[in-house]
Design a protein around this ligand. Structure first.
Ligand SMILES: [Zn+2]
Length: 155
């Protein structure tokens, strides 16, 4: 596979794991050129994992979108690319588990999942992602959310 970091095609698999629903294999790979570690997923079935949007339309689950959202939220925060990747892995695994039966996940649930995973890592990033994702209707709502974080209170 092509290394996302240096473009080298030479890598070795350092770990393979079948996901909980049994229809995908996640492989951790290490580039033999630069040592960068990345993840690939292989589907064992043709049936793609889908996201159900608010208007009822479905689109294939896109890891890239999650990555972008997470990266944006964690921008200039003290986290390494590895930590970010591992966060995205957790999100993807969780999403697969949540959507195991139907092969799909509701976009709102996916958004909440991303939010809660980001929240475990970083409060600033959590607020950033929440403000984009939830589009708070009022400043009060936003302040409420921040207060919840301050006290460590779970929703
Ligand atoms: Zn590389």
């Amino acid at each position: 596979m092509r290394c996302p970091h240096c473009g080298n095609f030479d890598d070795k698999v350092i770990e393979s794991r079948t996901l909980a629903n049994g229809d995908a294999i996640r492989r951790r790979r290490e580039c033999n050129g630069c040592g960068y570690r990345f993840t690939s997923y292989e589907r064992l079935e043709d049936k793609p994992f889908m996201v159900v949007k608010r208007d009822g339309r479905r689109e294939p689950f896109d890891r890239h979108k999650i990555e972008k959202g997470v990266e944006r939220a964690l921008e200039k925060r003290p986290f390494s690319p590895m930590q970010i990747e591992s966060l995205v892995n957790d999100i993807e695994d969780q999403a697969e588990i949540m959507g195991r039966a139907s092969h799909e996940i509701i976009s709102k649930d996916l958004g909440e999942l991303v939010l809660s995973e980001i929240g475990k890592l970083d409060k600033v990033a959590y607020v950033r992602f929440a403000s984009v994702y939830r589009q708070f209707e009022s400043p009060e709502e936003f302040i409420k959310e921040i207060k919840k974080l301050g006290t460590g209170e779970k929703k």
